[in-house]
Design a binder for this molecule. Structure first.
Ligand code: HEC
Ligand code: HEC
Ligand code: HEC
Ligand code: HEC
Ligand code: HEC
Length: 158
């Protein structure tokens, strides 16, 4: 091969490798976020998602309910909103990747206004902050991690 083609061949080889590597690795990173930033009235929380899912040795289903279909877990707030108000009622029907998700709250997949006896019992579905605090704290209490009265600023930025 003519010597002047060598640099060009090298560049092409490196770019192809980068493309293959990107194809292989980026989807798994997207499917298991490194960090999740949560803005809220208690001060922003930066949740070290990848550490929790890998270093600390948990399964996805330890935190994401695993009865809502095959697709990737969805934002907790789709089901644990700040309030079960009119906005939730209107928005939530298009928030889910699978029909199984509807059955977490409804006996059947609803298609229109609900009769009184078909309405989900929202007393038993924690609202957003309670769902997060509940899950983070109950695990930290038994397995280690920030927990208790003095723990607030270990998760929330001042
Ligand atoms: C220690 C608990 C925990 C573990 C283990 C865990 N997750 Fe999560 N995951 C969360 C929390 C909390 C969120 C934040 C969701 C939100 O902001 O509503 C989240 C968010 C996500 C999101 C982004 C959802 C969105 O659209 O906001 C994806 C995707 C995800 N997790 C996938 C996974 C996968 C795949 C695994 C297993 C490899 C996993 N998670 C393990 C707690 C966990
Ligand atoms: C498809 C809807 C849906 C999604 C998405 C969802 N939840 Fe839930 N969650 C529920 C319902 C409904 C309940 C009420 C009790 C039950 O059915 O287990 C519940 C109960 C809970 C509870 C109290 C009972 C328990 O299992 O400890 C916690 C804590 C909780 N969810 C946290 C979370 C977190 C954190 C996420 C995101 C990682 C999440 N949920 C995502 C629907 C959902
Ligand atoms: C986290 C629990 C939860 C999940 C998951 C859920 N719903 Fe709902 N849904 C509710 C609540 C709460 C209401 C309001 C009931 C009331 O009026 O008191 C509701 C109401 C409805 C209504 C009636 C709206 C109206 O205007 O009367 C429809 C239709 C509906 N849901 C469809 C769905 C569909 C479709 C899915 C899945 C794609 C789904 N829901 C998933 C909790 C949920
Ligand atoms: C299933 C168990 C489990 C759940 C759920 C959980 N954690 Fe943890 N967390 C741990 C363990 C284990 C450690 C490491 C403790 C140690 O090494 O001392 C930890 C450490 C931490 C730390 C300090 C080190 C770091 O990685 O940043 C923070 C902050 C933290 N968790 C925040 C959260 C938040 C926020 C949530 C809820 C969204 C949460 N955790 C849910 C088990 C859990
Ligand atoms: C393990 C981590 C962790 C610890 C410790 C923690 N929080 Fe939180 N807190 C969270 C997460 C996660 C959220 C929900 C973020 C979101 O809604 O996106 C939250 C939400 C909040 C909110 C917002 C509630 C709302 O309805 O908007 C307040 C206020 C709050 N926490 C206060 C506290 C106080 C006070 C303490 C100490 C007693 C504390 N938190 C300890 C993780 C933690």
């Amino acid at each position: 091969m003519n010597n002047r083609y060598i640099p060009l061949t090298l560049i092409v080889a490196v770019l192809s490798l980068a493309a293959v590597a990107g194809f292989l690795f980026i989807p798994s990173v997207q499917g298991n976020p490194v960090r999740v930033v949560m803005d809220n009235s208690g001060g922003r929380v930066i949740f070290t998602h990848l550490n929790h899912a890998e270093e600390y040795g948990y399964e996805c289903a330890d935190c994401h309910h695993d009865d809502i279909g095959q697709e990737l877990p969805i934002a907790c707030g789709s089901c644990h909103p700040a309030a079960f108000d009119e906005e939730f009622k209107a928005q939530h029907q298009k928030n889910f990747p699978s029909k199984e998700a509807c059955l977490r709250c409804h006996d059947d997949i609803p298609t229109g206004p609900l009769a009184e006896e078909d309405k989900p019992d929202t007393e038993n579905i924690p609202l957003r902050a309670d769902a997060f605090h509940g899950q983070c704290m109950s695990c930290h209490e038994s397995d280690g991690g920030p927990y208790g009265e003095d723990s607030c600023y270990k998760c929330h930025a001042r």
